[in-house]
Design a protein around this ligand. Sequence first.
Ligand code: GUN
Length: 289
Amino acid sequence: MQLLDGKLLAETIKSEIKEKVDRIKAIHGKVPHLAAVLVGNNPASEAYVGNKIRSCEQVGFKSTLIRRDGSVTQAELLEIVKDLNEDPDVDGFIVQLPLPKHIDEQVVTLAIDPAKDVDGFHPTNFGRMTQGLPAFLPATPSGILEMLKRYRIETAGKECVIIGRSNIVGTPLSILLSRKGWDATVTLAHSRTKDLKEVCLRADILVAAIGVAHFVTADMVKEGAVVIDVGMNRIEDLTKKSGTRLVGDVDFDAVAPKTSFITPVPGGVGQLTVASLMLNTLRAVQSRT
Ligand code: GUN
């Protein structure tokens, strides 16, 4: 079993980005600028956005964090999106999800200029991705592909099972892995999938993106499989000072010995998601300079 070290890979990618940023600064006098909109005080969102802002500093980007409390109206949020769309200094921006219940996430996503949609959530980018046209790819699927590529994990002709059909991870990853160049045979499993254990046992590459702690157990994993864990679940752990611990969707201790490669949580896919967002922002700048 070999660990897929997302932390190390993310550091490598970020130092590659930093070199390019230094060149853009020297040649064009332009500092790439990523903005993030954070609504409310969801602890997971706070942590993700904090990580994104820190990564901006690491790669030499300017970052702007726009915070609103959970009572912000949809109209106010749409006004912020409009201002960011029109701000010539902002190269790309994200609106951190989830948003409070009274705000329609789809309306907000649709309001983002696709040329600044570095999350790749706008239907224009999603549609371009499905057709293999240049597009901002959603950060988590893109990070997973980068990890498979850099660890030279073969996907062509492999059985790939993805559990979870979210718009952010499962659905786009299923499309990307089945495209030419990746050439996997993809099964997108979900809560209504019958005989999930048998389906998972077929997987040469198993991706867990459900959001349920320790959902994937050892009896669901084929000997020698590659296991990618997208989960970020906080569970109680009274041995920790905080009283909680971050775990994935995979029962790591039981599953790891059966695998050829596995991502840890933390230190796996999450780190690459942020690196992919930085890469998308760099691409946004390169398309404008
Ligand atoms: N919430 C969970 N993951 C993401 C992400 O990649 N981008 C945004 N904007 N919100 C998220």
